[in-house]
Design a protein around this ligand. Structure first.
Ligand code: AMP
Ligand code: MG
Length: 478
């Protein structure tokens, strides 16, 4: 095992040392074994983890720090952010040489807590754990969850709830808001240190190039575009795309009131605290670009306006290319030079106008047979004539592809998950966990870690929500 503390040591002027504070009767509920293996950490049992997290002489908290950053929240600049309830415990150099951050969320107050308690509730840690694993197994870039810690400490949100913690793992916790903060506060020497650090550890192959700033921005633009393309294709609504929740690695980050779409409503708003829909599902591609513009301001000491514009102009094409690639695969259309967007868009329009479940209907589509259509699928649409017209067009295109039905269907099933994370199921998991029963949490994790499999034993996790489950109100409180 190799631990490192490059951020804490080399950017000591950008952090505050903070020790994690244990919760009453803290206990480890789950450890992510495959992630643990990947990181090569030597602690395997729940007891070992408890000890290593909270004992004073543990190698994990000799250099634990809270990071300073800012962020544009709902369009407004806020310089007063930072790790208010989390600490960066350590970096780990995995056996394959990769560097990963271990971040403990819910670790108690820090100088950036403002008036809040520094804690996270069991509900939100379970939601983050489930979501990051669900996205990871769908192939969507994301932070990961290593470990969930429950407790008997009560924390007050809208009501009294159990406090909890989780260890989050990602390449680094560098957010757009880190760079924005040192730019907007005109601490340009610190901004430069942050850039130097980023080139040294995270954009290493660019570090010797005279164009390294443009290339770094370009990489972030591309990675962010690809991430958002996959959100759109798999029906994921993040909900709080503030720039402090945007990672420079283009990974999904800081899960709050997110949702996967149930019925397909393009302007769906998962965040009950966002009545204007700034972060609605179909706003996400535009917000991604808005956020990249905000980040790009921090590059302005190094790049001209024209250079920045040229890089930002790449965003749309990256996003459309990636989105097109996934959507064609979801519809069983081979990558070729033919523009199939009309078929894909008409299918999406039909789903939207008849409010069909986004994931369930894409999974149905895997069984579409050009000669037959799928009569049960057809019969489920109110506008059968419209369906027939579209199905004919799809059948014609498929017949020209020369792709045997079985192979196409198998390929489509790798892009159309049977199991996506549903808020109503997450809520059932949370209700049980609040009673101390984590068995449903564990089995749901099993389903979410094999989203494309046809596993009859897990069938109950594939069901779309009953009506009560469609109207759950998820707010920012966490
Ligand atoms: P979030 O909504 O989780 O992205 O958090 C926004 C900002 O508020 C971040 O700077 C967090 O560290 C801080 N924050 C959120 N919840 C708490 C809390 N319970 N205690 C302290 N700081 C918090
Ligand atoms: Mg956040």
């Amino acid at each position: 095992m190799r631990l490192d503390h490059s951020y804490a040591n080399e950017l000591s002027e950008l952090v505050t040392p903070v020790l994690p504070q244990a919760l009453k009767n803290a206990r480890v509920v789950t450890i992510n074994q495959s992630l643990l293996d990947q990181l090569g950490l030597p602690w395997h049992t729940h007891d070992e983890w408890l000890k290593v997290l909270f004992s004073a002489e543990s190698p994990l908290n000799q250099h634990s720090v809270a990071q300073k950053y800012g962020g544009h929240q709902f369009g407004h600049w806020n310089p007063d952010l930072g790790d208010g309830r989390g600490v960066l415990l350590s970096e780990v150099i995995a056996p394959n040489g990769e560097r990963w951050d271990l971040h403990l969320k819910g670790a108690g107050q820090t100088p950036y807590s403002r008036f809040a308690d520094g804690r996270a509730v069991l509900r939100s840690t379970i939601r983050e754990y489930l979501a990051s694993e669900a996205l990871f197994h769908l192939g969507i870039p994301t932070s990961r969850a290593l470990c969930l810690i429950a407790s008997d400490e009560m924390v007050y949100r809208e009501k009294s709830e159990h406090g909890a913690m989780m260890i989050r793992v990602c390449q680094s916790h560098l957010r757009f808001g880190h760079f924005e903060y040192f730019f907007h506060s005109q601490q340009l020497d610190k901004l430069e240190h942050l850039f130097d650090y980023s080139f040294k550890y995270h954009f290493t192959e660019l570090s010797d190039s005279p164009d390294r700033y443009a290339l770094m921005l370009s990489r972030i633009v591309q990675d962010t575009a690809k991430m958002i393309a996959s959100w759109q294709a798999f029906g994921f609504n993040h909900g709080v795309m503030n720039t402090d929740n945007m990672s420079i690695h283009g990974i999904t980050f800081d899960f709050g009131p997110y949702a996967f779409l149930d019925d397909f409503e393009p302007n769906y708003i998962c965040n009950h605290s966002d009545p204007q829909g700034r972060y609605s599902f179909d706003s996400q591609p535009g917000v991604g670009l808005w956020n990249l513009n905000a980040l790009a301001m921090a590059f302005s000491p190094y790049l001209s306006r024209q250079q920045i514009t040229e890089v930002l102009n790449q965003y749309e094409q990256h996003l459309l290319t990636e989105y097109g690639h996934i959507m064609r695969a979801k519809c069983g259309l081979k990558p070729n030079n033919v523009d199939n967007s009309a078929i894909i868009n008409e299918w999406l329009d039909m789903l939207a106008s008849e409010k069909k479940d986004y994931s369930v209907y894409f999974r149905f589509l895997c069984d579409f047979e050009p000669k037959l259509g799928v009569s049960s699928l057809r019969d489920s649409f109110i506008d059968g004539t419209r369906f027939d017209r579209w199905a004919q067009r799809l059948a014609h295109t498929l017949s020209e592809q020369n792709w045997p039905q079985e192979q196409r269907s198998a390929s489509m099933k790798q892009y159309n998950p049977k199991f996506v994370l549903r808020n109503y199921l997450a809520q059932q998991v949370i209700d049980k966990a609040e009673q101390g029963d984590f068995s449903l949490f564990e089995t749901y994790l099993v389903a979410l870690s094999q989203p494309f499999a046809d596993n009859p034993e897990l069938e109950k996790f594939a069901a779309p929500p009953p009506d009560w489950g469609k109207t759950l109100e998820i707010s920012c409180s966490s």
